[in-house]
Design a protein around this ligand. Structure first.
Ligand code: MRU
Length: 354
């Protein structure tokens, strides 16, 4: 983990959503940010899964890395508790970990990658192999973010506003961020940027996490309600919208936080570029289009309440899809660590799987 912290330090960033120290995996409880910084120790793979399900940790790449460490915890349990049937134990744990949340493909990608190396390992080395692979997944994510930041930063206009949605920052990844990584990259390149952060109902990732992260780094940020995006995008103040992604289909359709599709339509209407920043682990080459992406729906209470406070009349019905799909026709470019992809996306995306 020290090497990862050093990598981030050199890139001018310090926030991480998890720790692996003294053989212990802990999660920063993002539900309490920015008011309280509390860490939750995961003693079992089941506790890591609960952390994903209950939004202690969120954001596609961060969910993937947590899943990799959940596999480390499963290996530790298997070797200790069922040494003779450890392979069956791991397969069952992996199936459950994959189900923690449905939309972010980084989750099944990371579990698949862990299973692959574990399958080829000897019993007496399996724990060390698991730890090394989870740390490699984390390290590669940070490296990818820094590279996306460099490539995406070059696309940002100097002295223009950048609007972002949800939190696709250090907290949503292994560190540095995807969309916020692009913003950090633009700042490192000496560009003057002002970030506009959608508050992002109902979990308020924009208000609680994005605004806090950028303030921590001294990057100018203004918070707006989600419905102010139209006014901003028609005002001429915004040079680009940059968002992250939970899953990108083979044709370039993008699943991301609910409200992203509205932004893409507004960008088209107002002639503002709409950029998606995502590492190659977010591409699902087996998914032909957005129509096949599973979209998570969460409890109605997330809509009828605001934090702990009830807002709507008791008993009212609510619609709470957590993500939406933006058709690739509305995406100006997809920024990856392997290059900036432009339409036609099916062709550009197929080169990533090589
Ligand atoms: O429900 P969340 O907070 O997990 O949703 C997160 C997002 O939609 C992010 O934009 C996406 O995961 C990209 S994170 C780099």
């Amino acid at each position: 983990m020290k090497a990862i912290i050093q990598l981030l330090k050199e890139a001018g960033s310090h926030i991480v959503p998890f720790r692996w120290e003294n053989e212990t995996f802990s999660l920063l409880d993002q539900r309490l940010l920015p008011h309280r910084e509390e860490w939750i120790v995961c003693n079992s793979w089941q506790e890591a899964v609960s952390g994903i399900r209950e939004m202690v940790v969120r954001g596609a790449p961060a969910i993937g890395i947590t899943a990799a460490f959940a596999m480390v915890l499963a290996v530790r349990q298997a070797v200790k508790e069922v040494p003779k049937e450890y392979k069956a134990f791991l397969r069952q744990a992996a199936a459950q970990i994959k189900k923690a949340r449905p939309t972010a493909v980084n989750l099944s990608w990371a579990v698949g990658r862990m299973l692959k190396v574990l399958d080829g390992s000897e019993h007496d080395q399996i724990y060390e192999v698991a730890v090394d692979e989870a740390l490699a997944i984390w390290t590669e994510d940070v490296q990818a973010n820094i590279e996306m930041g460099r490539l995406g930063g070059m696309l940002m206009e100097d002295q223009k506003g950048i609007l972002t949605h949800c939190n696709a920052g250090a907290l949503a990844t292994g560190g540095y961020g995807t969309a916020l990584g692009v913003i950090r990259g633009a700042v490192r390149q000496g560009k003057g940027v002002r970030v506009f952060a959608d508050e992002t109902r109902p979990w308020l990732q924009g208000a609680r996490l994005t605004a806090w992260e950028l303030m921590e780094d001294g990057i100018g940020v203004t918070l707006n309600v989600d419905s102010a995006a139209g006014v901003l995008l028609s005002s001429g103040r915004i040079g680009a919208v940059v968002v992250g992604a939970d899953r990108i289909a083979a044709n370039g359709d993008v699943a991301n936080k609910i409200g992203t599709y509205m932004l893409a339509v507004l960008c088209k209407e107002n002639g503002v570029p709409f950029y998606v920043a995502a590492p190659s682990s977010t591409f699902d080459h087996s998914c032909p289009s957005g129509a096949q992406i599973p979209i998570e729906e969460r409890d109605m209470e997330e809509v009828t309440t605001c934090g702990k406070y009830r807002v709507a009349a008791k008993g009212v019905s609510a619609f709470n899809p957590v993500f939406d799909v933006t058709p690739s026709s509305l995406v100006s470019a997809i920024i990856t660590e392997k290059g900036v992809l432009r339409p036609p996306y099916d062709k550009a995306i197929s080169t990533l799987s090589n």
